[in-house]
Design a protein around this ligand. Structure first.
Ligand SMILES: C[C@H]1O[C@H](OP(=O)(O)OP(=O)(O)OC[C@H]2O[C@@H](n3cnc4c(=O)[nH]c(N)nc43)[C@H](O)[C@@H]2O)[C@@H](O)[C@@H](O)C1=O
Length: 316
């Protein structure tokens, strides 16, 4: 069995590759010439890397024609919400065109590949009182260009399934974190700031944005197991929430990180970290996914936070 992982050098892609190798699957991954390789350098003997620009239809057609994968985990994306306000067109083009090129190539070669697409809880956006935990049937009220790009990816998955019978599973993943999380994202950013203070690399002040937002965090290692099960047992064309079913304010998450460190820290708001519109609460109902696949989150949030701190402590 051969799996293609787009964005294999990224945070989720590297964990996906590790999971697939343990399953004995042949792993091929896409990289771009500017991809950072540090997340997958330990896997390079066991995986095959192909240079592919997903925005370029010729590049994608060559990849799909040569590889003809059984499984596709489509994880490549511009995934940082604030970047999407600075470069909305680039985010939408990258995320939407990349996926259309992939679908079109699969369709043209007449492949029966099973395709997981990485949709996002950001699609739900503004959630009204009484709508939590959020089900897949909730209205989508996206609040960022990134969220729009994910709504488009999500519905393209639905449409290519309906129009051409592509075997697409739409995973709507809530926030996820763990070792190797990019340092822009809140859990990793705060963990790295704490570790930099521990190491004496910066003064004991931690800079933060909106601490009132509530997020539902799942460990990335649970998420990639979910993506595998989604392709094994999910119904084509369907959308499934992947979430933990609990949420924390960002302030509570910071308090958990601080409880695993012994530094004394002053917390300061950095206005540049505030967003034009921030999603107030994301709390997912993952029962539909559980019923389809048997998946449950297994790694407790406290352990994820400890592992994230350990990750940053181990970095040079
Ligand atoms: C599901 C979804 O999950 C992620 O999107 P996100 O929720 O925007 O993730 P984040 O870690 O950037 O922010 C989480 C919350 O934390 C608040 N916050 C406070 N202070 C800081 C801060 O200093 N930095 C950041 N980044 N956020 C901060 C911020 O305002 C927001 O309310 C991506 O994986 C995305 O790809 C995705 O699909």
């Amino acid at each position: 069995m051969k799996a293609l992982v787009t964005g294999i050098s990224g945070f989720v892609g590297s964990h996906m590759a590790e999971f697939l190798l343990l399953k004995g699957v042949e792993v091929v991954g896409t990289i771009r010439n500017r991809s950072r390789m540090d997340h997958i350098s330990h896997l390079q003997q066991d995986i095959r890397l192909v240079e592919c620009e997903l925005r370029d239809p010729f590049s994608v057609e060559a990849l799909i024609g040569a590889e003809k994968p059984d499984l596709i985990f489509h994880l490549a994306a511009q995934s940082f919400v604030p970047t999407s306000w600075n470069s909305p067109i680039d985010t939408i083009h990258n995320n939407v065109a990349g996926q259309v090129n992939l679908f079109e190539a699969i369709r043209r070669f007449g492949l029966h590949s099973k395709i997981q697409i990485a949709c996002s809880s950001e699609e739900y956006g503004q959630v009204n009182p009484g709508e939590t935990p959020i089900k897949e049937t909730n209205p989508l009220r996206p609040l960022s260009p990134y969220a729009i790009s994910k709504v488009a990816q999500d519905y393209l998955g639905y449409q290519y399934h309906k129009s051409y019978g592509l075997h697409v599973i739409r995973t709507i993943t809530f926030n996820h974190t763990g070792p190797r999380r990019g340092e822009n994202f809140v859990t990793s950013n705060f963990a790295k700031q704490i570790v930099d203070i521990e190491k004496g690399k910066k003064p004991p002040v931690i800079y933060v944005g909106n601490l009132e937002a509530k997020r539902d965090f799942t460990d990335v290692r649970d998420v990639v197991r979910g993506y595998w099960l989604a392709l094994e047992k999910g119904v084509p064309g369907e959308a499934y929430n992947i979430a933990s079913g609990t949420c924390y304010t960002i302030a509570e998450m910071l308090a958990i990180l601080l409880s695993h460190s012994n530094v004394d820290i002053e917390v300061k708001t950095d206005a540049s970290r505030l967003r034009p519109s921030d999603v107030e609460i994301l709390l997912g109902d993952y029962r539909k996914f559980h019923e389809a696949t048997g998946w449950n989150p297994e790694i407790p949030f406290e352990r994820t936070m400890e592992d994230l701190l350990q990750y940053w402590r181990s970095q040079p």
